[in-house]
Design a protein around this ligand. Structure first.
Ligand code: COA
Length: 170
């Protein structure tokens, strides 16, 4: 059994500083932390799966405790296949709790050995989500202290035409 390994699943479209903070703190608790990027065809992502993975790898390239992988389907199936028992999730506000609690219990129902470890987000990232960052950036707002520099650069490329149009319209 991989006792000292945990997974941190999510869409990471794209990774934000809130995620980075949870990953760094998770990697201090466990010998290895697998950042698990979900393939979710129902969610309309800005970045492709490969792009999301590459961005995370760029951020954590030098950190031997952080691994990046992808999964499709049930999270606990991935965990079962790799004999991993712990899921890390970040809690930003009370509003996250109900959904997170439900997921944790359902995951444990399907895979009784699975446990979820909740880390309270750092207060300065408690209002951050990938969606809100994309929205603000797309409309020309500055988010430089809320996402890694490589992510900001990648967003600039994605939003180039939209941001140019919004500048021209002013
Ligand atoms: N800092 C900043 N942002 C954070 C954050 C943090 N600490 N924690 C969460 N967020 C953001 C995410 O970026 C995401 O933003 P978005 O909705 O704008 O993309 C939002 O909060 C919600 O995050 P999360 O709840 O982690 O959703 P997700 O889509 O990223 O991941 C899965 C959800 C993939 C982990 C979950 O759906 C799953 O496990 N799916 C697999 C199928 C399965 O097993 N289902 C049964 C579950 S019981």
């Amino acid at each position: 059994m991989s006792t000292n390994v945990a997974v941190y699943p999510g869409s990471f479209d794209p990774i934000t500083n809130g995620h980075v903070d949870i990953i760094l703190r998770g990697a201090q608790i466990f010998d290895r932390l697998i950042v698990l990027v979900a393939v979710n065809s129902e969610k309309k992502n800005l970045f492709s799966l490969d792009e999301r993975v590459d961005l995370i790898r760029e951020v954590f390239g030098g950190n031997p405790k952080v691994e990046v992988d992808t999964f499709e389907g049930l999270l606990v199936k991935y965990m079962c296949a790799r004999d991993i028992r712990v899921v890390i999730r970040g809690l930003r506000a009370v509003s996250d709790f109900e959904y997170e609690f439900q997921m944790a219990l359902m995951n444990r129902k399907i895979f009784p050995e699975a446990d979820t470890l909740f880390l309270a987000t750092r207060e300065n990232y408690s209002y951050v989500s990938s969606r809100i960052l994309k929205e603000v950036f797309g409309l020309g707002g500055c988010i430089s202290d809320l996402a890694p520099a490589v992510v900001i650069e990648a967003m600039k490329q994605k939003f180039k035409p939209a941001r140019r149009k919004s500048k021209e319209a002013r």
